[in-house]
Design a protein around this ligand. Structure first.
Ligand SMILES: Cc1cc2nc3c(=O)[nH]c(=O)nc-3n(C[C@H](O)[C@H](O)[C@H](O)COP(=O)(O)OP(=O)(O)OC[C@H]3O[C@@H](n4cnc5c(N)ncnc54)[C@H](O)[C@@H]3O)c2cc1C
Length: 507
């Protein structure tokens, strides 16, 4: 085995948003830094992401004359916690930290060349706070890597960390592992090790162990093994808030990443931002939407405006308005034998899904996509027909089942009582053309909770004591609970940045 083959001030494990934010911050603080990534490419789950970040007190808000405050932001985040039913377990100190720091993170990223559009409104926030990186979340990876390379940092790809090295006093002093070709390595960290290994969405063992009653759902990112959980537990770290339900819905992402790859041309994000901010929505579609599709999630607006949820047999199986959305419904959907799902709606609902706030999904670059966007650019997941029979045939559903389902539902709507699932708001599905959105599936997009940390991002032991030299950031850390849209990336980038600033103070 190669003995400690080199020394760095900081060793960062994982090359997604959190790891790269830590890496760029360390280099800007003149710390010698190495980032180890187990895959042959950087990006992790981050490259699948839309790129939205919820933040307050940013320069962008300021430039648009949006008056905001940290207190108001914190209150709205607490409202989101309540809506998700997690206000009791949410760590208010970390949530406050998020509220105070995420805006500074976005301003810093802008200085490094990330281009944002927005801020856009997004419920339950009372002020526009949704900032979208363009063309997609790949911008974070690209700009942070670019800054690191320019600043003399070192990134080692295909390096898997399998052990944290601990001295007799319990301090984490380095990492060891193996390269893609199986060669072992060991690297010493003089000031600290930062674990940024992302969510455990594809790790069945951890999911079953940490989420009571977890029912099998596919991960979006099959490489999201959440190694940090096992690495840190082996040195005595505690776990927090992993019991939160994480299964959501997503349409497939047939063009994932295409536009991200061309983001390296520095003018492109600026052009896209200009188009989004200055031209009609129709024009932005042509430039951005076709290339930027990723695994988008159907919004609850479709159901609130009258849509019903249909399983692969053409039947309803749940109250579509169950809360919290989508977790309550997605959990039921994972128990179905055939996991493909569809939303059925009629012409009167369709007229509502054309403008804010009734978007079909969030979308890279343009922030929100409406019915027109889907009809033009996601023909793979939308069907339209003048009769239910034709609609069913277009999407391989049983026409008789679909017709029977709609007749039954319309009967409930006429009687103003859903005799099957107790849905409160019922509107008949009767005006043609009819639309079917799907298939989409229950998936584990990201995970919540993870290794317990304090506000310095230091890992805490099962007894709540600091494990010296060990920091955990991004998904896989038990952060503030990312209950509001755009908080996962916000936390990944912010915790990555803050971990280095804390490490500097501690050393
Ligand atoms: C379809 C989709 C859309 C999303 N959209 C948004 C959005 O718009 N806004 C938002 O806030 N969130 C969004 N998210 C969530 C967001 O992408 C994640 O929360 C975020 O990317 C997590 O970043 P991370 O750095 O913690 O993890 P990752 O990006 O997953 O990075 C972890 C890295 O660590 C590496 N690694 C793991 N184990 C080891 C090891 N043992 N040794 C070395 N390297 C290792 C991995 O290979 C990976 O590269 C979305 C997620 C999905 C799937």
């Amino acid at each position: 085995m190669n003995e400690i083959h080199t020394d760095y001030d900081v060793v960062i494990v994982g090359g997604g948003a959190a790891g790269l934010a830590a890496y760029a911050t360390a280099l800007s603080c003149n710390l010698t830094s190495v980032l180890l990534e187990k895959e042959s490419e950087l990006g992790g789950t981050t490259i699948y992401a839309v790129g939205s970040v919820t933040a307050s007190k940013t320069h962008l808000q300021n430039e648009k004359g949006i008056d905001d405050s940290i207190d108001a932001f914190f209150d709205d985040l607490m409202m989101a916690c309540k809506a998700r039913g997690v206000e009791q377990i949410c760590d208010k100190t970390l949530l406050r930290l998020y509220a105070e720091e995420v805006g500074k993170t976005l301003d810093w990223l802008r200085e490094l060349g990330v281009v944002f559009v927005g801020p856009f409104p997004e419920s339950p926030h009372r002020t526009p706070r949704m900032h979208n990186a363009v063309p997609s979340a790949y911008s974070y990876i690209h700009r942070l890597e670019h800054y690191g390379t320019k600043s003399g940092g070192k990134i080692l790809k295909s390096f898997t960390v399998s052990t944290l090295v601990q001295d007799k006093q319990g301090r984490i002093t380095g990492v060891s592992g193996h390269t893609f070709s199986g060669e072992p390595f060991q690297i010493r960290a003089k000031k600290g090790v930062i674990i940024a290994t992302g969510p455990y969405s594809s790790n069945r063992e951890i999911l079953r162990d940490l989420i009571p009653g977890f029912i099998e759902a596919e991960p979006v990112n099959t490489a999201a093994t959440g190694d940090g959980i096992s690495l840190c537990r082996k040195v005595g770290a505690g776990i927090k808030n992993t019991e939160i339900e994480t299964t959501q819905f997503r349409f497939g992402g047939h063009a994932t990443g295409k536009i991200g790859k061309v983001a390296t041309w520095w003018l492109l994000p600026r052009m896209i931002a200009w188009v989004v901010e200055n031209s009609s929505h129709r024009l932005t579609n042509h430039i951005i939407v076709r290339l930027s599709t990723t695994y988008t999630a159907p919004s609850d607006k479709i159901f609130l405006e009258g849509g019903i949820l249909i399983n692969g047999d053409g039947s309803r199986f749940v109250n579509e308005l169950s809360r919290p959305y989508p977790y309550a419904i997605a959990k039921r959907a994972t128990t179905l034998l055939r996991k493909d799902l569809y939303v059925l709606f009629d012409a009167s609902t369709a007229t509502k899904l054309v403008r804010w706030p009734n978007y079909i999904s969030t979308f890279p670059g343009i922030a929100y996509a409406y019915l027109d966007d889907y009809l033009k650019f996601r023909k793979d997941v939308i069907h339209k027909a003048n009769s239910l029979e034709t609609l069913a045939r277009k999407s391989s559903l049983d026409p008789d089942n679909l017709k029977a389902t709609v007749e039954r539902y319309n009967g409930f709507a006429a009687a103003r009582e859903d005799g099957d699932f107790g849905r409160g708001e019922l509107r008949p599905i009767e005006s043609s053309p009819f639309y079917l959105l799907g298939p989409f599936r229950p998936v584990v997009t990201v995970t919540e909770g993870g290794i317990a940390i304090n506000t310095k991002c230091q890992a805490l032991s099962v007894r709540g004591e600091v494990i010296p030299g060990l920091y955990v950031v991004g998904d896989g850390s038990a952060g503030p609970l990312n209950v509001s849209h755009g908080m996962h990336l916000g936390w990944a980038l912010t915790s990555g940045r803050l971990s280095v600033l804390s490490l500097l103070k501690e050393s």
